[in-house]
Design a protein around this ligand. Structure first.
Ligand SMILES: [Zn+2]
Length: 306
């Protein structure tokens, strides 16, 4: 065998292996095969379709496979799923992912968001213990949008005239102390009503809410019937010591902002929820993050915040 033939063989084997791995991950995303149309468990094996086991539903009579009814259903080239998971696990930019996957930048962009879409809903519910909640702000951004509804701004420019919050998007983040649980929601305004809606599924009877004492969060906590503690800030701006602080959630804000602004060079407001979801996966698995976590989560199975 010549050197060239050997290279070709190795490449073919790698491609085949990646495909098998991707398909296996897709199928193990299920605990039990469930109909993607009507959620019935009364299903029987029914041949294969594009390398995936196909099933027939006894209840509705339709056929389906592991990705039916998920955000990943209409994506072609399932063998690339695993590679896409790798790009997300490594936190690659869209351009780097496009080069790795051998697809256009717009395809890489679409793939990224299809994979993250389901993870938006993978939030913690009725948490126990200290929940630090605090908001942070992002500038309104239409990055990547073809139709800008306002004139573009030079990078690094000031968002608005001083004192105006019109151009800022509040993101309310919650972190449960001593766990990897993170909740987040993109609001349109930091009002008590929006904070209440965002926190309702997160808090439970055993939640102790820690805030920086903002009126909106205090009102929200009272309406939800949750015990809350506001941290005391001294005249010198220093936060009082002790267990009631929002330092953990503020550190989370900082890490998220650094990643979004420095590495990704900003994201559009529309895609902010997907990036928050991405960050949540990282926070959960830390250095143990694997490509399959993104594939399985993308198929809608909640791995985090449980
Ligand atoms: Zn069915």
């Amino acid at each position: 065998m010549t050197e060239g033939q050997l290279d070709e063989l190795v490449l073919a084997v790698e491609k085949r292996r990646s495909k098998t791995k991707a398909l296996r991950v897709l199928e193990t995303a299920w605990d039990v095969p469930k109909c993607g149309h009507c959620a019935s468990l009364q299903v029987v094996k029914n041949g294969h379709s594009r390398g995936l086991q196909r099933y027939c539903c006894r209840a509705c009579g339709k056929t389906f496979s592991a990705n039916t009814g998920t955000p990943l259903a209409k994506l072609h080239s399932k063998e690339r799923f695993f590679e896409q998971g790798e790009c997300l696990a490594k936190g690659m930019t869209v351009r780097a992912a496009a080069a790795t996957l051998g697809v256009s930048v717009s395809t890489a962009f679409r793939l990224r968001h299809r994979f993250l879409q389901a993870v938006q809903a993978h939030q913690p519910q009725h948490v126990s213990g200290l929940l630090e909640a605090d908001e942070t702000y992002f500038r309104q951004s239409q990055k990547g949008s073809r139709k800008m509804t306002r004139a573009s701004r030079a990078r690094g420019g000031k968002a608005t005239p001083k004192g105006s919050a019109r151009d800022l998007v509040p993101v309310l983040i919650g972190r449960v102390r001593g766990t990897h649980q993170v909740s987040d929601s993109v609001l349109t305004a930091m009002t008590a009503g929006q904070a209440e809606d965002a926190l309702r599924p997160v808090v439970g009877p055993d939640t102790l809410l820690c805030t920086d004492g903002s009126g909106a969060l205090r009102t929200a906590a009272a309406r939800l019937g949750v015990t809350s503690k506001a941290i005391a800030v001294g005249y010198d701006g220093r936060v009082s010591e002790g267990v009631y602080h929002v330092q953990t959630v503020n550190n989370h804000h900082e890490r998220f902002k650094t990643w979004v602004n420095r590495q990704l060079r900003g994201v559009s407001t529309k895609h902010l929820p997907n990036h928050l979801a991405w960050m949540r996966l990282w926070e959960w698995f830390k250095e143990g993050i694997k490509p399959e976590h993104f594939v399985v989560s993308g198929l809608g199975k909640q791995l985090i915040n449980r």
